[in-house]
Design a protein around this ligand. Structure first.
Ligand code: AMP
Length: 451
């Protein structure tokens, strides 16, 4: 494998691609890498799993094709079967990727094939039998071929999911998972999505990616369509504990999930909440796997309906009925926040998330708002109102965070939340895709006390 250049390579030469690829890039008239190419290519060349937010028009196709082709060129393989598989939601998109791939491999010995519904089944079977190195497919037709035992993905080196959010919105989630399950478990996986704030994408990333890096280049402001995100300001930890108990005793939910930043804090909350006769469990990295499994089972069955967890323990947690997520501690970054709230708001359900914010966490919280390009709803519990009301200069910082004056009124907005929980009419409706671009790039490898 060749060394990739560090930060933001400004030319394709810095990306250490081999001559046939550089020649193709030149022939295609690409002069400099686009931002998503600069960020994603060096990481993908190192065989890292990636979760990338990038839209059509950003150069995302070359961002995954170039490193994949380069990796195929740099490792000689006599393997039987497909070496790189790209899944796309529609025939049109698969066709576009196919054309770009043909252009990029034109000076190499590699071959590419396409599998989409509507085309000749037998021809596609033959193409797969010829051990075509790169296969581009829509999930439905590929599964049909899998049922006939034709494709061989046991030696697959790279799996790419393009427009994963669209693929999930079109109902391909199960198909994608069952295709991924037939692929070599040691493969590299690259997941591209227009947005990272899509709970289905987060869950898919949990299932398919290992120790992945996140490349976030586009706006994140479309948000979770069916998650109402609130914050309540708190004076200190004691005040937070009272607010937490109040929420768990008064808000409506089937299952609640509470996040803390440390296992010490997770353990510390259990006693007081049990004292309130709540059915509480704890999940953190220090517990052995057997206890964690037992706790998950209790939570899944509903014997325990309030779970206190740390980030590490909650990764990959996919449990039905979680419709209240409380961030007792403000997470350390926006990506951790997205992962946490992604535990609620399944396809057909609404979820509420509440973040408890004390003065020392205010900046962290507004950083998350800026990262997501969203403002959280300010909520006040009348009988538990504290002294802290947010920073004094709320006018400017509040403006950046989108705070409206009337939302800071002293009242309990629980009633409003209940109404919203019942209001399902907007579920499933897509918002206008976001277009604004940022150059935020981040990793989900944030320090965690729950290692
Ligand atoms: P995509 O976002 O992959 O759909 O790409 C959008 C368009 O940008 C396609 O027509 C690509 O051929 C083109 N493109 C991709 N990368 C580059 C680049 N580095 N320079 C110029 N055009 C590019």
């Amino acid at each position: 494998m060749q060394a990739s250049s560090p930060e933001n390579p400004s030319t394709f030469l810095n990306l250490s691609l081999e001559a046939p690829l550089l020649k193709a890039i030149n022939t295609m008239g690409f002069e400099t890498p686009t931002p998503v190419q600069s960020k994603a290519i060096p990481l993908a060349l190192e065989y890292k799993d990636l979760l990338v937010s990038a839209e059509t028009g950003s150069g995302k196709t070359a961002a995954f094709l170039l490193p994949t082709i380069q990796n195929l060129l740099s490792v000689h393989s006599d393997a039987i079967g497909t070496r790189a598989l790209i899944l796309a939601p529609t025939r049109e998109l698969a066709q576009q990727i196919f054309i770009q791939c043909q252009q990029l491999i034109q000076f190499t010995e590699l071959r590419v094939g396409i599998i989409t519904g509507g085309d000749d089944f037998r021809l596609q079977q033959n193409m797969l039998r010829r051990n075509t190195e790169i296969v581009i497919a829509t999930p439905g037709r590929l599964l049909e071929l899998i049922e006939q035992q034709t494709p061989n993905f046991t030696r697959l080196e790279t799996l790419i999911l393009d427009e994963a959010d669209r693929m999930l919105d079109m109902g391909f989630s199960e198909d994608v998972l069952s295709i991924a399950n037939r692929c070599n478990a040691q493969r590299q996986t690259l997941l591209f999505s227009a947005t990272l704030t899509h709970f289905g994408v987060i869950k898919m990333a949990d299932k398919l990616l290992t120790n992945h890096e996140i490349v976030a280049l586009n706006t994140l402001h479309d948000g979770h369509r069916n998650i109402e995100q609130q914050i309540i300001v708190a004076d200190d930890i004691d005040h937070k504990q009272k607010l937490l108990a109040w929420l768990l005793l008064n808000d409506k939910y089937d299952k609640a999930l509470i996040f803390t930043n440390s296992r010490v804090q997770a353990d510390a909350l259990r006693g007081p909440l049990r004292g309130q006769k709540l059915r509480v469990g704890v999940l953190h990295g220090e517990m052995d796997q057997k206890d964690r499994n037992r706790m998950m089972e209790l939570y899944r069955s509903g014997s325990v309906n309030v779970m206190i967890a740390t980030d590490l323990a909650a990764r990959g947690l996919d449990i039905e009925g979680i419709n209240l997520v409380i961030n007792f501690d403000v997470p350390r970054n926006g990506i951790n926040y997205i992962h946490r709230i992604g535990r609620t708001g399944r396809v057909d359900a609404l979820g509420v998330t509440v973040m408890l914010v004390k003065s020392t966490e205010w900046n962290l919280m507004s950083g998350i708002e800026r990262f997501l390009k969203q403002s959280f709803k300010r909520r006040t519990i009348k009988e538990l109102e504290g002294h802290y009301k947010g920073p004094k200069k709320l006018k400017s910082s509040g403006k950046a965070a989108g705070v409206k004056k009337k939302e800071t009124k002293k009242k309990d907005t629980t009633e409003k939340v209940k109404v919203r929980l019942r209001d399902k009419k907007n579920i499933g409706k897509r918002r206008t895709p976001a277009t604004q671009k940022t150059t935020e790039s981040t990793s989900n490898q944030a320090p965690n006390t729950d290692q």
